[in-house]
Structures are given as structure tokens and as C-alpha cells.
Write a protein that binds this ligand. Structure first.
Ligand SMILES: Nc1ncnc2c1ncn2[C@@H]1O[C@H](COP(=O)(O)OP(=O)(O)OP(=O)(O)O)[C@@H](O)[C@H]1O
Length: 273
């Protein structure tokens, strides 16, 4: 099936980002399809977070285009059409980025208060409780402070906040970093379930090979200042780029592939080697 512009949630073209002399991206192109979970991988410092920040308007690129749901965004994040697009996404930052002086419920209410100041306190509390439960936390977590939660619970609280505005698009920066393998697998399962139930498009930065095998439809690889390849894992394995081979066919990649085969969660690897 061909990909029309309606099928594309995020279109990035010719992106350039630099900090002083350090050029992080140059001529970077990426299309994210509607309804997919795309994993974004690359060595440390290749600019995965900077790419995400460029898309959501926290980093002004030196050149390029960013279009979300067909709307050009760069330089216009606070204006009319682009401002409305911002309401259609939720973001979970790398460390959860919860406000430590607010309870979990109050954290979830922050975007609601910002965008819907007319909502009553009762309704805010109800929506927050709903999002908290949806993110796999007990409703009793609502009045707790982030410092009272485990790492896995904090991630879920961050997810609840990212889901506050009923987003169609979710940005997640290393959501399973710091979780034990069981906690990480549970978080992956939650994400896959939410993606399916809510029809989300998910932009997921990760170093976690198990996550890639378990829930990502496609994987985009950052190297040499660009997205050097994007495809399913079997498609990437067929490429002979050294970083891709080392990453997926190195010892950790092999273990993740075996685990995925055992769990029946991985892609059909027939035909790949
Ligand atoms: N605000 C900033 N000022 C200066 N340099 C920055 C800034 N933000 C990012 N960088 C640099 O840009 C490069 C890419 O950073 P980024 O955080 O996007 O990498 P990453 O691929 O997400 O890495 P990691 O996997 O380690 O999280 C790094 O060299 C980083 O030091």
C-alpha cells in the first residue's frame, strides 16, 4: 500500500540541528506513519532526544521542515493551527519530569488546567483518576508525591500525565530506562495495549532491544547525523551498516531476538539471518 500524506503523522525533512560547531543533525528525513509504534535508536549522543525536542517545539532547528498531521510546525508552535496540533500529543520525558511538589493527580491535572481552565475541580479529579488507572496505577497513587513512588510507578505517573489530553500521538523518551526487566516488560505491554485501544501513534526513543522486538512496528536508526535506515527489524537486519549489525546481531541483540521468539512477541524473522 502506498503512503499518502494522510497516512503520515510526522514528516521531518532536511532537518539540521547544531550547537556551536557541533552539528548533531544534517539533512535528516523521517516519516512516522499514523497508528504505528516507531522505535528510535542510535548510539549515545546521536541526537534522538534533540530530534524529539525539534518535533515538539523545544528545540529550534537551523534548517528543515517538521509537519505534524499535515500542519507545518516550525516557528509556529504557539499559533492557531499548530497550537491546536500540540494539544493532540502527549510527552513522557526521559526522567519522567514530574513536578516533585505536586501529587500524582495534580501532575496529571497540569495540562488539563492549562488547556481547559474552565473544568471544575470535581471533573479534574475524575479525569486524573481515570488516567492514573489507565496507566496501570492504583487509584490510591493519586494523592501520593513522586518521591513516594517506585521508579516504575513514576514512569506510569508520567504516562498518565502524557495521556491527560487524550492524545493521538505520544512521544516517549526512554520510558523503560532504569526499570528492571520485568517492570520494563510490563510497561511495554501497557504501551502496546494503550496503542491498540486508543489508536495512538507512538514515537519511542529507546535503548531497550526487548522493547523494539516486543512492541515496535518499525525502527528508525540514527547515525552519521541522519536517520540512516527505517524499517522492520528483519528489514534492518538485511542491511550491512556496521552499527546496525553490531546493535541487532551483537550479544544483547541476539538475546533479545531469542527472548522475542520464545515469547512469540517478535516479528516473523523468517528470511532474515
Ligand atoms: N541544549 C544543548 N546544548 C548543547 N548541546 C546539546 C544540547 N542538547 C543536546 N546537546 C548535544 O547534542 C547531542 C545529542 O544529544 P541527545 O540528547 O539528543 O542525544 P541522544 O541520542 O538522545 O543520547 P542518549 O542516548 O545518550 O540519551 C549530544 O552531543 C549533546 O551533548
Amino acid at each position: 500500500m502506498g503512503q499518502g500524506s494522510d497516512d503520515i503523522a510526522i514528516h521531518v525533512q532536511g532537518l539540521k540541528n547544531a550547537f556551536g560547531d557541533q552539528v548533531v543533525h544534517e539533512g535528516l528525513d523521517l516519516d512516522v506513519r499514523r497508528g504505528e509504534i516507531i522505535g528510535v535508536v542510535g548510539g549515545s549522543g546521536t541526537g534522538k532526544s534533540v530530534l524529539m525536542r525539534s518535533i515538539i517545539g523545544l528545540q529550534m532547528p537551523e534548517a528543515g521542515e517538521v509537519t505534524v498531521f499535515g500542519v507545518p510546525m516550525l516557528g509556529r508552535y504557539d499559533e492557531g493551527e499548530a497550537e491546536a496540533i500540540r494539544r493532540r500529543w502527549g510527552v513522557l520525558f526521559q526522567n519522567g519530569a514530574l513536578f516533585s511538589t505536586l501529587t500524582v493527580a495534580e501532575n496529571v491535572e497540569v495540562p488539563l488546567r492549562e488547556y481547559y481552565p474552565q473544568l471544575s475541580e470535581t471533573l479534574l479529579d475524575e479525569i486524573a483518576s481515570y488516567k492514573i488507572v489507565m496507566s496501570g496505577l492504583p487509584v490510591e497513587a493519586g494523592p501520593k508525591y513522586p518521591s513516594e513512588l517506585s521508579g516504575g510507578m513514576r514512569k506510569r505517573a508520567g504516562l498518565a500525565r502524557a495521556l491527560a489530553l487524550d492524545p493521538e500521538l505520544l512521544f516517549l523518551d526512554e520510558p523503560t530506562a532504569g526499570l528492571d526487566p520485568i517492570g520494563a516488560a510490563a510497561f511495554d505491554e501497557l504501551l502496546a495495549d494503550l496503542q491498540e485501544r486508543l489508536g495512538l501513534t507512538v514515537f519511542l526513543i529507546t535503548h531497550d532491544l526487548d522493547t523494539l522486538y516486543a512492541i515496535c512496528d518499525r525502527v528508525a536508526v540514527l547515525a552519521d547525523r541522519k536517520v540512516i535506515a527505517v524499517g522492520t527489524i528483519p528489514e534492518l537486519l538485511a542491511l550491512d551498516h556496521p552499527w546496525i549489525q553490531e546493535y541487532f546481531n551483537g550479544p544483547r541483540g541476539r538475546v533479545a531476538a531469542d527472548t522475542a521468539q520464545r515469547n512469540g512477541t517478535g516479528p516473523d524473522m523468517a528470511g532474515s539471518n
